[in-house]
Design a protein around this ligand. Structure first.
Ligand SMILES: *[C@@H]1O[C@H](CO)[C@@H](O)[C@H](O)[C@H]1NC(C)=O
Ligand SMILES: *[C@@H]1O[C@H](CO)[C@@H](O)[C@H](O)[C@H]1NC(C)=O
Length: 291
């Protein structure tokens, strides 16, 4: 259920964009699922955790942190690339406080999705609740730094959103609820609507630089291939096609939001093609690990 790929490649596009504009980014503010969760699920009551080995074996100190990865995850690399700290802490982690979060904060929760029903599956943090935590964070930041400085950070920060795979793989294609209400195309539209509302909401709260993550070739994720008994453990094309179609709709959304919301800069970080290349020809991207 936990989708354990953690590519940072899909942010390269974004890095180039921001580097070109020489924009200053005082903090990274992260929303999403296991692709970007830095340990929030450690603090909640869910079975979906990664606080055990071999998770974290390549992390500083070789310890599992609640990241669904052998090491760091995309927001960590991006933070470092902006000259900020090398890891972005989880908002719910009691080892950190507002002085840490002032330069980067992570609200992500593995297993979540755009759809409230997706986060219900494994009792993880729904996206609306991530937003509530963000509002609480704003209050703490203003109390800590004062209105003016806090507002500057909130408007200059880079907001990362990375989610959506679980809505399809953990919800739509597993349970009968959503398919009885929506065709897959209608479900895509439902999710894109939620994504758009979310971005409008954070815009109204001050966000101006947003990276919206697209879907990976989700039919190629290890769990999907392992369970593709009749397809010789190949990628499930149907799922990949949905991912591509969904990314197309997100791209349209991004175009609309950039027109509608003055001063916003939204980019789609689309991981699809680069990940598919890596899956098809891993030898071009380094030697595979032995274990
Ligand atoms: C945050 O934690 C650090 C280290 O534990 C402490 O020195 C600092 O006073 C705390 N800051 C706030 C604003 O609570
Ligand atoms: C998800 O749940 C929250 C809290 O109950 C609610 O405010 C929101 O409207 C729901 N979202 C959708 C799309 O139904």
């Amino acid at each position: 259920m936990a989708h354990m790929y953690t590519p940072w490649f899909f942010f390269v596009q974004l890095l180039i964009l921001v580097a070109e504009s020489r924009a200053k980014v005082p903090a990274l503010i992260v929303f999403g699922d296991s692709t970007v969760d830095a340990g929030n699920n450690n603090q909640i009551s869910t079975v979906l955790k990664s606080n055990f080995v071999p998770y974290g074996r390549d992390f500083a100190g070789g310890r599992p942190t609640g990241r669904f990865s052998n090491g760091r995850i995309p927001p960590d690399f991006i933070s470092e690339a902006f000259g900020l700290k090398p890891t972005v802490p989880a908002y719910l982690d009691p080892n950190y406080n507002i002085s840490d979060f002032a330069t980067g904060v992570n609200f992500a929760s593995a297993g979540t999705g755009y759809d409230n029903q997706t986060s219900d599956v494994l009792s993880v943090i729904p996206l609306w609740k991530e937003l509530e935590y963000y509002k609480e964070y704003q209050k703490k930041l203003r109390a800590y730094l004062g209105e003016e400085k806090a507002n500057e950070i909130l408007s200059e920060s880079l907001y990362l959103m990375s989610l959506g795979t679980n809505d399809f793989l953990e919800n739509y294609y597993i349970f009968s609820g959503r398919p009885s209400q929506y065709t897959v195309r209608q479900y895509e539209d439902f999710l894109v609507g939620i994504a758009g509302n979310f971005i409008k909401e954070i815009y109204s709260l001050g966000a101006r630089k947003v990276s919206l993550g697209g879907l990976p070739p989700m039919g190629c994720l290890p769990l999907e291939r392992t369970t593709n008994f009749f397809g010789g453990s190949e990628c499930i094309e149907r799922y990949n096609n949905v991912a591509m179609e969904f990314n197309g709709k997100l791209n349209t959304l991004v175009g609309k939001l950039n027109k509608q919301l003055p001063g916003i800069k939204v980019v789609l970080s689309n991981p699809y093609s680069i990940l598919l290349q890596i899956i098809r020809k891993p030898s071009s991207y380094g030697k595979p690990p032995l274990n």
